[in-house]
Design a protein around this ligand. Structure first.
Ligand code: GTP
Ligand code: MG
Length: 415
């Protein structure tokens, strides 16, 4: 495993956002950008917001604002700027020339954090692929921007130590990575196939980054996943079995968190990881109910799920971090069930398990049958995949009351 020292070069940065319409909360978005910058090792020394009808196509912000930022850079002894939207190659080049400093954007920052977090080989391939695709389009500007400080944001990566700066090399590397990724994905599909053959239902734990997804899985199953107060602590999916009452079981998968303006290169590269939600039977949506931005974060999560094609599934929303919630609280009208809980203290988790049991029961068929002793093996199967409510040993066989998943119903009926 490789660790990247995030604090290696303390960069001092100015954050820039563009307010394009009323109600579009740029201030909150910049607060989040500051958190991202901090995670990546940069100190925010100022935030600048420009009101414009649309972002400037050539320079992201207008001429007057550029001058304002330029003098702020000097006054505050800052050495870089980070824009809150993904910059086009032209915007990057122009801003870089006008401001004469390192120019970065939200995408570069997120890619950089992902690069420092990737642990599994799949994660590393996915991050490198996303980085290369992003860089390929921005060779000229980025080369200058990234060489200014000799390190820092935008230069971390699981792949080559040195930045690939040659277009041809990048293309070759991209093809190689794609082939590698295809191999890994095949393996993942195999695992998925095995799981579904096991007839256990799966639920994907999704939610905004830092909502408490990993903490939830840890508290419920002792999964031992790294959970910390940082954005994108988790990149690789982890699946664990959760035991419910009546011996029922369900598979829970913890996965990468969502964020607004999730870079499309990342979504593309992380497709197979993100698609855990698409292939799951149920969605567990973890919300940090103590966050003032909770409503917007919920919206972002549903948008992302829609983009991934993970729709039409039953949703359980967990309004998490209740131990820190003050005020009236929020609601999720899209959810089939909502439970207030604290993954940290365990409050509300029994109710959550009851809801899961109820969900499973909704998709199961009730049966009341007499099994001759020669067919007792079928009862074993019921016990494993459904819930055995009662069994009574009689002279002519075993009388069973149970609920079983529709998929196995036929195969467990007595002859
Ligand atoms: N107070 C409080 N803190 C919590 C609760 N659940 C999680 N946290 C904290 O929130 C932070 C983020 O938790 P994680 O479980 O890493 O969140 P995540 O959703 O997995 O985040 P990413 O993997 O980064 O997307 C950690 O510092 C947790 O200790 C809770 O119920 N109450
Ligand atoms: Mg996590």
């Amino acid at each position: 495993m490789q660790f990247y020292e995030f604090k290696e070069t303390q960069e001092r940065v100015i954050l820039i956002g563009v307010q394009t319409e009323v109600g579009d909360d740029v201030e909150a978005s910049l607060d989040e950008l500051e958190e991202l910058a901090e995670t990546a090792g940069a100190e925010t020394v100022a935030k600048v917001i420009q009101n414009r009808e649309a972002v400037h196509p050539g320079t992201y912000i207008g001429k007057g604002k550029i001058e304002e930022v330029a003098s702020l850079l000097r006054a505050l002894d800052a050495n870089g700027v980070i824009c809150d939207d993904e910059l086009s190659p032209a915007q990057l080049n122009n801003l870089e020339r006008e401001l004469d400093c390192k120019v970065m954007d939200r995408t570069l920052l997120i890619l950089d954090i992902f690069a420092g977090r990737a642990v599994s080989s799949e994660g590393k391939i996915q991050v490198e692929l996303a980085q290369l695709r992003y860089r390929a389009a921005r060779l000229v500007g980025l080369r200058e921007s990234l060489s200014r400080l000799g390190g820092g944001i935008g230069t971390r990566g699981p792949g080559e130590k040195k930045l690939e700066t040659d277009r041809r090399l990048i293309r070759t590397r991209i093809s190689a990575l794609k082939a590698e990724l295809a191999q890994v994905e095949k393996h993942r599909e195999l695992i998925r196939g095995k799981r579904s053959r096991g007839n256990l239902k799966t639920a994907a734990i999704v939610g905004y980054t830092n909502a408490g997804k990993s903490t939830l899985l840890n508290t419920l199953t002792g999964a031992g996943i790294l959970a910390e107060d940082k954005l994108f602590a988790t990149l690789d999916p982890t699946t664990r079995v959760l035991e419910l009452k009546d011996g029922q079981q369900i598979l829970l998968t913890d996965t990468v968190g969502f964020i607004r303006k999730l870079p499309h290169h990342l979504v593309e590269a992380f497709k197979s990881t993100l698609e855990e939600a698409k292939y799951a039977d149920y969605i567990i949506h973890v919300v940090d109910a103590s966050n003032p931005q909770a409503e917007l974060q919920m919206f972002t999560v549903y948008e992302t799920l829609r983009e991934l094609g993970a729709t039409g599934k039953k949703i359980v929303t967990l309004l998490n971090k209740q131990d820190q919630v003050t005020g009236s609280g929020i609601r999720d009208l899209k959810a089939d069930y909502t439970v207030k809980c604290s993954a940290r203290t365990g409050e509300g988790l029994d109710e959550f398990k009851d809801v899961l049991a109820k969900l499973l029961a909704e998709d199961q068929i009730y049966l009341e049958e007499l099994y001759p002793y020669s067919e007792a093996g079928k009862i074993q199967k019921i016990r494993e995949f459904g819930s055995l409510l009662s069994e009574e040993y009689r002279e002519d066989g075993i009388f069973v009351k149970a609920r079983v998943p529709a998929e196995i119903f036929v195969s467990v009926m007595p002859k």
